[in-house]
Design a protein around this ligand. Structure first.
Ligand code: DX5
Ligand code: ZN
Length: 218
């Protein structure tokens, strides 16, 4: 487990008319990863972007691309996301009848394998793949949109996942409604990667917003 808190701004809240500049700006502002929300209008009602957009922004930063796939099925598309420049590829347990194989495929593509759980999904759903993941993404909103309110009931789930991980080297990422007021509750529970959409992109000073999250996490 990495010690330092990592901030992964979600470009779903960026200005798409100048996406490359937005990615450069969060890089310069000190982000650790770039969180990329891929939605298919099927697993979630919203529809965002796919491999071509990721490929286009890949050259503008060396920061890790943290690709959150909210698509069903994901398996036929994993190699496209790897080729587009993903560093971490996260699939949803609810969207994958063959999770074990998807995770093996991601690692086989030379990428870090992540698994995500919706708020209603208990951590027992990923017990059987715990030795095949590099990252566990705990949703603290129902996936689909940025700017939703943090679901506090997920904090205890983070704590239970932290205990389940034990001494394995697995990151715990939290996604949805995170801001400077609640970030400490999730890092205290065991999260070490924090996604922030609105908390970073809603103001003009991205460095200040990222700094405020780090300060609040303590
Ligand atoms: C929701 C996405 C999140 C979201 C985060 O489905 O996975 O990454 O964009 O945005 P905020 O931080 O505004 O909730
Ligand atoms: Zn996300």
């Amino acid at each position: 487990m990495a010690d330092a808190l990592k901030i992964s701004p979600s470009i779903l809240s960026a200005d798409f008319s100048k996406l490359g500049d937005e990615v450069r700006a969060i890089d310069a502002a000190g982000c650790d990863y770039v969180h990329i929300d891929v939605m298919d209008g099927h697993f979630v009602s919203n529809l965002t972007f796919g491999p071509p957009v990721i490929k286009n922004i890949r050259p503008v930063t060396e920061k890790g691309f943290d690709v959150h796939l909210m698509i069903n099925p994901a398996q036929p598309h994993l190699s496209d996301y790897a080729e587009a420049g993903a560093d971490i590829i996260t699939v949803h347990v609810e969207a994958d009848a063959d999770l074990d194989r998807s995770l093996q495929m991601i690692r086989g593509l030379g990428k870090k394998a992540g698994v995500s759980l919706n708020p209603s999904t208990p951590e027992t759903a990923i017990e059987h793949v715990i030795d095949k993941v590099d990252l566990i993404l705990v949703m603290t909103v129902n996936p689909g949109f940025s700017g939703q309110s943090f679901i506090a009931s997920q904090v205890e789930k983070i704590r239970r996942i932290k205990a389940m991980i034990g001494d394995r080297s697995i990151e715990i990422e939290v996604d949805g409604g995170i801001n400077a007021d609640n970030v400490k509750t999730v890092t205290e529970a065991g999260a070490n990667v924090v996604v922030a959409g609105n908390a970073v992109f809603s103001g003009d000073d991205y460095a200040a917003a990222i700094g405020a999250l780090r300060d609040a996490a303590g």
